[in-house]
Structures are given as C-alpha cells and as structure tokens.
Design a protein around this ligand. Structure first.
Ligand code: GDP
Ligand code: MG
Length: 370
C-alpha cells in the first residue's frame, strides 16, 4: 500500500508540518513528521485541510496543491482558454495574429503589444477569449506530460488547399487525449479553386463530424490573411465556452500554470503564467515550479502593469528566484516560509527524479553487460 510521510504531505498541501501532526492527533493518529501514514489517512487529512485529492492512479496518490475546495456559489464565469493547432503552414500564426488584431480592447490600450506566450482578446459582445500562443504541438505535449491542463478547447486549423495532413491528425489525437472539444477552422478559403467539402470528408475519416454533416463539431470557413469570418470563429468559441460552462472562484489564492519562461538580461527571470483559479496580486509570494519569489511586477500582453489578475488571464510576472519550466504549476502562498518549504520539496523531488533516472540507467547498463 502507498504511504506518505507527514512532512511530505504537509509540503504538498503547502501546510506547516505541525498543523498536519495536530490534525492527525485530532483524528486519533499519533505521528511525527518523519513517520509515514497510509493513503486513506492522508486523504482524510487533505480533506480536513479543505483540499481536493487527486488519485492519479491506484498506485499513485498525488495530492495536488489545489487550495480550498470551491463552493458552487463561489464560482464565477471565466473566459475560455483556446489553443490553436494544425499542420505546418496551414495558418496558425496568421490566425493568431489576425485574432489579436481583432481585439477591441487593444486599440484602447494603445500600449506596445508584448509578445508573451498567451494573450486575451475582447470580443465585440464584451466577452473575452484567451489564446495560448505557444509554438504548437511540442509545447502542448510537454504541458500534458506534466499533467497540466490549460486549454479548454482546440481550434484546429486546416488549410482548404491542403486538407488533412499528419500534424492535423496529431492535433486531433491531442484534443481527444486531453478530452477537450475541437472547433474546425477551414483556412485559406480566399484561395481560388479550394474545396472545403474535401476537408470535411477527410475529417470524417478521423471521426470528426462537423455540424453541416450532421455532427457536433463546429466549423467555420475563414481566411486569416483576408480576415474573413474571424467574427464567426470568435462566436463559435464563445458558444462552445457557454456549453462548457467554464467557471472559477476568483476570490482565493491564485493557482495556475507556467506557459513560458525566460531569463531576461535586464529584468531577470520572467515567466508567463496563466491564472486558472483565484486572483494573483502584485506583491504576493508565489511558487512556480521549484522557483519562488515575490511578484515585483505583473504585465499583461499589452504591456500594461497590472495590480491583479483573475481566472483565465495570462500575465508576465517578474521577481522569481529562477526560471521555472513551462507546464509547471504556480501557486500564491501566504509567506516566504511556505514558499521555501514547497520550493525545497519540489527541488528535492527533482533531484530524486534525476538520481532515479541515473540509477535506472546504470541498472540497464549492468544488465546489458551481464
Ligand atoms: P503556420 O505554420 O500554421 O503558423 O502557418 P502561417 O501562419 O505561418 O502561414 C503559412 C503561409 O500561409 C504564410 O505564407 C501565410 O501568409 C499563408 N496563409 C495563412 N493564412 C492564409 C489565408 O487565409 N489565405 C492565404 N491565401 N494564405 C494564408
Ligand atoms: Mg507558425
């Protein structure tokens, strides 16, 4: 049976070890920090602390840094987070650029548009949509491998003059594996002689049945470069978002995922994070991956300084101790002590993983030589 030490459990919940010992005591379990408790007891403690338990698999109990369980009444509607995928040269970048320019808020901002890993646009009806602007499939795979689920839906770009290609199929498989709905954007319809019907037929072979063929997948014919039907695509996205009834509690400690990060010459470690729950505020202490720090400054994709960022908003944060890895979780914590605890825990985990990989490597080599 799986066990976990009291200290490790405390670390995973970002709680003090002593508090966990006390909670166990109240439950009639005597344990010190270094002692192990079984998964069922751990689960009770986690619930006692108001956290949610993730049982990844029977053999792998993982207690996520989920924070307090949100009551239904605390949840408020949040913008959808959209990833654009598709075969190379089918127009992903062009579409992202075009949608960015369709942002009604961008004109008011008047600021310099930053190129950060994600951006949010305001649709004419006032609702907002967040686009993840990472170079496609590799980033998506890396994030999924870390267990991060950031995207609510995928816009699958298929060039009408080229049809379904290997990376189109790959994208379909990604979306299926992640269990997120697809919206098909048949692109380049401005090109003479293109045949969108062929695209629909080819998609059928991959179990993507668009609405015009009686299926449930929304589909929009667009031209990224000629800016045709971009409003229809945004409408399809907001409709899908309504169907998904996306909600989050803005009124709690922030939690989310690192989208990208870099070491900036002048500004130090810079991370683009997507807030998924709660509200992140300037001056708060965050742990991102194994790094931590006080949020010195927070900027949106329009280069504006923000004091706070709520659910589905991507922001650049400055002030971390180092550069976290894309796909890693970030969480706002109460104080530096807690930040250190979590970051130490994560760094230790990282070292364990590395040394385990080394040991495994040696084992294989030994076997090979035997
Ligand atoms: P990506 O590799 O999927 O990011 O594709 P790009 O956005 O870089 O586009 C690849 C090429 O297709 C570029 O030369 C674009 O100008 C062109 N392109 C993209 N969208 C359209 C479109 O709607 N119509 C036409 N005619 N060309 C397009
Ligand atoms: Mg591109």
């Amino acid at each position: 049976p799986e066990t976990i030490t009291v200290q490790e459990l405390a670390n995973r919940m970002a709680a003090r070890g002593g508090e966990v010992v006390k909670a166990l005591f109240r439950m009639g379990v005597m344990a010190t920090l270094t002692q192990s408790i079984d998964a069922d007891t751990a689960e009770l403690v986690v619930q006692e602390f108001g956290h949610r338990v993730k049982r990844v698999a029977e053999s792998d109990v993982e207690i996520g840094l989920e924070g307090a369980t949100d009551e239904d009444t605390d949840l408020e509607s949040r913008p959808p987070v959209v990833t654009i995928m598709g075969h190379v040269d089918h127009g992903k970048t062009s579409l992202l650029d075009a949608l960015r320019k369709a942002d009604v808020a961008a004109h008011e901002a008047g600021g310099i548009t930053q190129h950060i890993g994600a951006y949010q646009v305001t649709v004419p009806d006032g609702s907002r949509v967040t686009f993840i602007d990472t170079p496609g499939h590799a980033a998506f795979t890396a994030m999924r491998a870390r267990g991060a689920s950031v995207t609510d839906m995928v816009v699958l770009v298929v060039a009408a003059d080229d049809g379904v290609m290997p990376q189109t199929i790959e994208a379909i498989n990604h979306a299926k594996a992640a269990n997120v709905p697809l919206i098909v954007a048949v692109n380049k319809i401005d090109k003479p002689g293109v045949n969108p019907d062929r695209v629909r037929q080819e998609l059928l072979q991959h179990e993507i049945v668009v609405e015009s063929l009686g299926g449930e997948t929304q589909e929009v014919e667009v031209s990224a470069t000629q800016k045709i039907n971009l409003d229809k695509l945004l409408e399809a996205i907001t409709l899908q978002a309504e169907l998904l009834d996306l909600r989050a509690n803005p009124d709690r400690a922030a939690e989310g995922t690192v989208i990208e990060s870099k070491l900036d010459r002048g500004r130090g470690p810079v991370a683009t994070v997507l807030v998924q729950k709660g509200t992140l505020k300037q001056g708060e202490i965050v742990v991102a991956g194994a790094e931590w720090g006080r949020v010195r400054a927070m900027l949106d994709d329009k280069g504006r300084q923000l004091k706070s960022a709520g659910p589905s908003l991507p922001v650049e944060i400055l002030g971390l101790s180092g550069v976290p890895t894309a796909g890693e979780n970030f969480v706002a914590v109460e104080d530096e002590g807690r930040a250190r605890e979590i970051s130490d825990f994560r760094q230790r985990k990282l070292r364990e993983k590395v040394s385990a990989a080394h040991t495994a490597g040696r084992g294989t080599l030994a076997e090979m030589l035997a």
